[in-house]
Design a protein around this ligand. Structure first.
Ligand code: T4K
Length: 388
């Protein structure tokens, strides 16, 4: 039973015992029915088929395509390789416009292929690419736009698609956070030429490590299947310089298990999101990110912003939460543009990213998910209240 926090002297930074005896993490995995998983893994061992386009991977790809209402799902070993393969399949080169306010893998997937990520600013309210900022970054070298549906909330796809059409640019999305989410009722996975999911352990839907590119293009899907398997087009016949992006059977077993339980994951997350809302919204100077209730959401991220009126700095708040064993995170501070190699290569980029700088400096992501009891949220809120 967590202690109650009624005054600053109850805070662990002031010498009191911590709120939680054990660390409470952001990103605890959503894990489906263990018996279902065990049964699938037993059958996998019986078959002695562990990787290379196995039956569980095929089953998962079909199930995911149906779930996301998209024509093709190409499963991969992780989201980063999925991004790299999608970028290459679209023949992106030169410069690609991308937000800086994202996990660094989005930018690295471009840089890794000697494509220059051009960081465009975000809309401070939505945390996704600002279409006007995107327009300002277009040059003759621009080949595409890589948008991100950050926190599971869709990027401004209509405006971005209009820009892409106008300037003859290719467009794809990093949908790593947006599994099971919709935009105008349309499942994320159907926007741009393709969309990339991460199925990392910390994601709403996980396959331990894993990812996928989904697309409605037959030719793109066929190309990516080739690319993820070294370019093999049959025994002894390689027709493309591919890589190894294959998902393993055990990951697919985890995916099939978790897919059955995504409904329960949403319920658990939504319940905590609603409770956090009740607890956090009355705190002055603190803004909690909202999901649009007219859409499907996975409620995987509890994102708060400390506004100028908040008495304590963001770093002090994070320090105080960590002292309570609440391992809140400063995602995605300081922004890709301040990480290497981008910080050294383009040291002045921050000048064109005022909203990215602002948002990255004030966001805190709080723990949620079924591993955290709803009753425990009051203690976390009480810490924030004492610091407000
Ligand atoms: N694009 C976007 C927008 C992304 O967010 C990501 C991944 C990618 C692309 C790339 O996809 P992948 O190649 O990863 O499939 C974590 C994840 O490693 C990363 O996958 C994720 N984004 C990112 C947002 O979070 P870190 O550096 O914060 O990881 P770490 O080790 O600090 O773990 C995060 C928290 O999760 C900790 O509090 C502990 C907890 N955790 C983690 C694991 C692995 C668990 O409780 N159990 C676990 O098994 O990057």
């Amino acid at each position: 039973m967590p202690k109650s926090i009624e005054s600053p002297s109850d805070l662990a930074i002031n010498g009191a015992p911590p709120l939680f005896a054990e660390p409470v993490h952001v990103g605890r995995p959503n894990i489906g029915d263990r018996q279902t998983f065990d049964r699938m893994v037993d059958a996998m061992f019986e078959r002695a088929w562990l990787s290379n386009d196995g039956p569980l991977v095929r089953q998962l790809e079909e199930a995911l395509a149906a779930h996301l209402n998209v024509a093709h799902c190409v499963a991969m070993c992780n989201g980063t390789i999925a991004l790299e393969i999608a970028i290459r399949a679209l023949d992106l080169d030169g410069e690609v416009i991308v937000p800086s306010y994202t996990f660094v893998a989005t930018a690295h997937a471009l840089q890794w292929q000697e494509i220059t990520p051009i960081f465009a600013d975000i809309n401070p309210d939505t945390h996704t690419l600002d279409p006007d900022a995107v327009r300002r970054m277009i040059t003759p070298r621009t080949s595409g736009i890589l948008g991100v549906h950050l926190w599971g909330r869709a990027a401004d796809v209509e405006a971005l698609h209009a820009i892409a059409r106008e300037h003859n640019l290719r467009i794809m999305y990093d949908a790593s956070h947006a599994f099971g989410c919709t935009h105008d009722g349309v499942s994320i996975g159907n926007f741009g030429e393709c969309e990339v999911f991460s199925f990392h352990a910390t994601k709403f839907f996980n396959t331990f490590e894993g990812g996928a590119v989904v697309t409605n293009s037959d030719s793109l899907a066929a190309k990516m299947r080739l690319m993820r398997n070294f370019g093999f087009a049959g025994y002894d016949r390689v027709i493309y310089p591919g890589t190894n992006g294959k998902m393993t059977e055990i990951s697919a077993a985890m995916g099939l298990t978790n897919l059955r339980d995504v409904g329960a994951f949403v319920v658990a997350n939504k319940h905590r999101y609603a409770r956090y809302q009740e607890l956090l919204e009355p705190i002055p100077g603190l803004k909690m990110l909202r999901y649009d209730e007219d859409e499907s959401n996975n409620y995987q991220y509890i994102v708060v912003e400390l506004l100028p009126g908040f008495r304590t700095t963001r770093d002090e708040v994070v320090k105080a939460l960590h002292a309570e064993n609440v391992l809140a995170r400063k995602y995605f501070w300081p922004g890709c543009h301040r990480m290497e190699p981008y910080g050294s290569l383009y040291p002045h980029t921050w000048l064109v990213l005022p909203s990215t700088e602002l948002v990255a400096a004030r966001v805190i992501v709080l723990p949620t998910g079924s591993s955290l009891a709803t009753d425990d949220l009051a203690g976390i809120a009480a810490v924030l209240r004492q610091l407000a």
